[in-house]
Design a protein around this ligand. Structure first.
Ligand SMILES: [Fe+2]
Ligand SMILES: [Fe+2]
Length: 137
């Protein structure tokens, strides 16, 4: 399977909040690595290593956003955290399935990360920008 997708970091993905943009940028880098691994038919070990990094990223990144939701009493925190929780669950399932069935489901993981980018990062995350900026971020 060839995906040949390389996402470019740019204004459409930038929220203008450096601490968040830096984390999001590393996420986009991981999506590109994943598509590269799929194209190159990478080893199971390489996929496992990447999914561990994605898992760690989600942990750190969602915690960062949620810390600010609490600090700034962000009004849409509940619905946002519910989306994070869904993704945390999906990632747990991906990690477990990877250990069982290996890289056959890499394509599914790729679709998941692209949807995460377009449906969460570019929509839900954008909603907190004015609140975070109003609090000095
Ligand atoms: Fe985010
Ligand atoms: Fe988020």
């Amino acid at each position: 399977m060839t995906i040949t997708t390389s996402l470019e970091w740019g204004p459409a993905l930038t929220l203008g909040i450096p601490v968040i943009d830096e984390q999001h940028r590393s996420f986009v880098g991981m999506i590109n690595e994943l598509s590269g691994l799929i194209d190159a038919d990478g080893s199971r070990k390489a996929f496992e290593e990447l999914i561990e990094r994605l898992f760690a990223y989600a942990g750190t990144h969602f915690d960062t956003e949620e810390k600010y939701f609490h600090l700034f009493q962000y009004e849409f925190a509940a619905e946002h955290i519910a989306e994070h929780d869904k993704m945390r669950d999906s990632l747990r399932v991906f990690r477990r399935d990877f250990q069982k069935s290996g890289r056959e489901m890499a394509g599914e993981l790729f679709v998941f990360t692209v949807e995460w980018l377009s449906d969460h990062l570019m929509k839900q995350d954008k909603k907190y920008v004015s609140c975070f900026k109003a609090h000095g971020l």
